[in-house]
Ligand binder design. Structure first.
Ligand code: ADP
Ligand code: MG
Length: 227
């Protein structure tokens, strides 16, 4: 870890421990003095802006973010958040099918697919079931136009309707995406690895990487005006 990052963390009494996750844009560390929190180092400016917005609220189905540090000396951002647990293998497998639907839909950009794939739009659905059914129907309509995936539409349809439709998992993820969308943030990394569970059994969305937020938009405008 960069020396200036370590110094800043120590100043704020955070001592990084074991590395517990790594992705394309950052890494997750445990915190020695805070067993219920983790630290994410990220180079993604959009993630830092979106995290800063989320940190102002207590959202039910989105990871609690306590603090975001912007480090001028490096291109990295530090996000301090609540520590969550991995979801079960079964939940992950079932969820993967729904992700597959959303993923396919996101490659067909139009007003109809936007409704289910953009977080700023999904608040228009009453509940998760309505959302999922609309997603399934939209996929059915466009499935001939999408490239053939590993599974047939029938397989996906069966798994989603039998295992997900009235599940807490689907409901919690829907509520989480809605909460993010209501803050004007468009969530951009929707997949089964970005859903975790807290100690009370609530599913929560993690990873605001790439997410487009109002703060990020303001930042782009300011940069343009200063050019
Ligand atoms: N709040 C958290 N509590 C516990 N583990 C986490 C937390 N956030 C992320 N992780 C772990 O680190 C991995 C990568 O984190 P994530 O934020 O998704 O980063 P990336 O942008 O690299 O995908 C996750 O898949 C998860 O295993
Ligand atoms: Mg991730």
């Amino acid at each position: 870890m960069d020396k200036s990052i370590e110094a800043l963390l120590i100043k704020h009494t955070y001592e990084p421990g074991k590395k517990i996750g790594a992705g394309t844009q950052g890494a997750i560390y445990e915190l020695v003095n805070h067993p219920n929190k983790v630290l994410k180092l990220t180079s993604d400016e959009n993630e830092a802006f979106a995290s800063q917005i989320v940190s102002r609220y207590n959202l039910k189905n989105v990871v609690k973010i306590y603090k975001v540090y912007f480090l001028k000396s490096t291109d990295l951002y530090i996000v301090i958040m609540e520590k969550l647990n991995k979801i079960s293998k079964k939940d992950e497998d079932n969820w993967y099918f729904f992700f597959e639907i959303m993923n396919k839909l996101s490659y067909i950009p139009n007003k109809e697919t936007e409704k289910v794939t953009e977080t700023t739009q999904i608040a228009k659905f009453k509940n998760s079931e309505e959302w999922a059914i609309f997603a399934l129907e939209t996929l059915k309509k466009y499935s001939k136009k999408t490239s053939a995936g590993k599974r047939s539409f029938e397989t996906i349809y069966t798994i989603v309707t039998e295992h997900l439709l009235d599940s807490k998992l689907l409901n919690d993820v829907f509520e989480g995406l809605k909460e993010i969308g209501q803050l004007g943030i468009n969530y951009m990394d929707f997949h089964e690895q970005n859903i975790m569970i807290d100690s009370s059994g609530n599913f929560k969305i993690i990873d605001l990487g790439y997410s487009i937020s109002p703060l990020a938009k303001i930042n782009i405008l300011e940069k343009r005006n200063n050019e």
